[in-house]
Design a protein around this ligand. Structure first.
Ligand code: HSE
Length: 435
């Protein structure tokens, strides 16, 4: 390393430009914190001619090919902000590690698919593979798990890890706006992924959860076993119903270490208003970590956007400058345990069930009987009369909140209710978590 830390940035989109902003604003402070000047010396991006805010890139080495930048002798740290689990991002990160460069990446997809292998490669070469920006934007959750909670066994974590989904759900609830309308706004604000299906389908949350699970439980990153459900089917009515019953709907990632293996799931969830992450709205993320000695930690902050995410990249840069080089997942990659999914045991909890009830005698009695047969106990019921003149509904909305029951039981009961012919359309079933 020379007397300055030389950075090569591949990808000058929202986050890349955010990193340049912070380096410029805090040049003096960062030199002190890093113990040396920190300079961008090389960049790689898709279009050379594009303006990047007030940044003049003319004095920097330009690389059309990020792999060439990754191998360049003019950098000490390769910062990958390209995205994607294959192609240029993976090739460039592998090339950087192979040529002895430290790597910083915001790429949760790459880590979710190849995290353990990349960490092994980095550790074999004695370089850092750091990724604070990959999970929950500006929240230092990686560092908290990797370093701050070293004295704890963490057996459960959960949280809101996708800013776009949280933004959409919040705006739908507070402004009665349609899903598509709010999604467009989130894209314009730079929160959403290039393909927003990754956000709203729950995949982005799953990638982040897979990374946190590995750090928390010391297991190899495993994306494949996560049950993923997105927010696309959540309606304004669901959000309103939930609010009236004392709940908010949030997209949660949940990981639990059981004695027999690990449970990971991503799904929309009703959480009681007043519970730890229920007040986390807009683009904010929140992660709850349950340590055996520290108790519950709630970390909340901006989970997406240029500057919060760039703030996380800067934390990795300063660590590398200060030679704080630790195993990427907290323990040496070769000591990460093989991932073992928890034995198939149905999820148990409360459920929200929304039915479009046909207005005929015996409909409610029939539903009550089916639920009683399945030994499902009801916490609350709301029925909204049909015949709303404005919407010309042919059905009444019938909402049930159940006490804790097996998911399997609710699925069977709902299938029977549908078969009975008293409801129209597809019942909507959403899990409830009372953390
Ligand atoms: N699309 C992501 C989000 C960006 O909305 O949270 C940060 O990973």
């Amino acid at each position: 390393m020379t007397n300055a830390l030389r950075l090569g940035i591949a990808g000058l989109g929202t986050v890349g430009t955010g990193v340049l902003d912070i380096l410029k604003t805090h040049e003096v402070m960062l030199t002190t914190r890093a113990g040396m000047p920190v300079k961008v010396t090389g960049v790689s991006a898709r279009s050379k001619g594009k303006t990047r805010g007030q940044h003049d890139l003319s004095g920097l080495d330009w690389f059309d090919d990020p792999v060439a930048l990754a191998k360049s002798k003019g950098i000490d740290v390769f910062i990958e902000l390209i995205g994607g689990d294959t192609g240029p991002a993976k090739d460039a990160v592998e090339a950087a590690i192979a040529s002895g460069k430290h790597v910083i990446t915001a790429n949760k997809a790459l880590l979710a698919h190849h995290g353990a292998a990349l960490a092994r490669a980095a550790e074999a070469k004695g370089v850092a593979l750091y990724f604070e920006a990959a999970v929950a934007g500006g929240i230092p959750v990686i560092k908290t798990l990797r370093e701050g909670l070293a004295g704890n066994s963490v057996r459960k974590l959960f949280g809101i890890m996708n800013g776009t989904c949280n933004y959409i759900l919040t705006k739908m609830a507070n402004e009665s706006r349609a899903f598509a309308d709010v999604l467009k706004e989130a894209q314009e604000l730079g929160y959403a992924e290039a393909d927003p299906t990754f956000d709203v389908g729950g995949f982005d949350t799953a990638h982040k959860l897979a990374v946190l699970t590995s750090l928390a439980f010391g297991t190899e990153v495993n994306l494949a076993s996560i049950r993923i459900e997105g927010i696309e089917a959540i309606t304004l009515e669901d959000i309103r119903n939930a609010a009236e019953l004392g709940y908010k709907i949030k997209l949660l990632g949940v990981a639990v270490a059981h004695d027999g293996g690990v449970e990971q799931r991503v799904h929309p969830t009703l959480i009681p208003i007043g519970s730890p992450v229920s007040a986390t709205d807009d683009v904010f993320n929140a992660v709850v970590l349950k340590g055996d000695f520290v108790g519950d930690l709630v970390l909340e902050g901006r989970g997406a956007g240029a500057h919060p995410t760039a703030s996380a990249v800067l934390s990795d840069i300063v660590d590398i400058a200060r030679k704080n080089i630790r195993p990427s997942f907290g323990i040496p990659a070769k000591e990460l345990k093989k991932y073992k999914p928890a034995p198939p045991k149905a999820h148990e909890g409360g459920f929200y069930v929304a039915l479009e009830l046909l207005d005929r005698p015996g409909a409610v009695a029939s539903i009550a009987t089916i639920l009683a047969d399945a030994k499902i106990s009801i916490e609350s019921i709301v029925q909204r009369g049909k015949a709303d003149k404005d919407t010309k509904r042919a059905t009444a909305q019938f909402i049930l909140i159940t006490h804790d029951t097996l998911e399997m039981s609710i699925q069977k009961a709902v299938a029977r209710i549908q078969k009975d012919g008293h409801v129209a359309g597809t019942p909507r079933v959403i899990r409830i978590e009372r953390f």
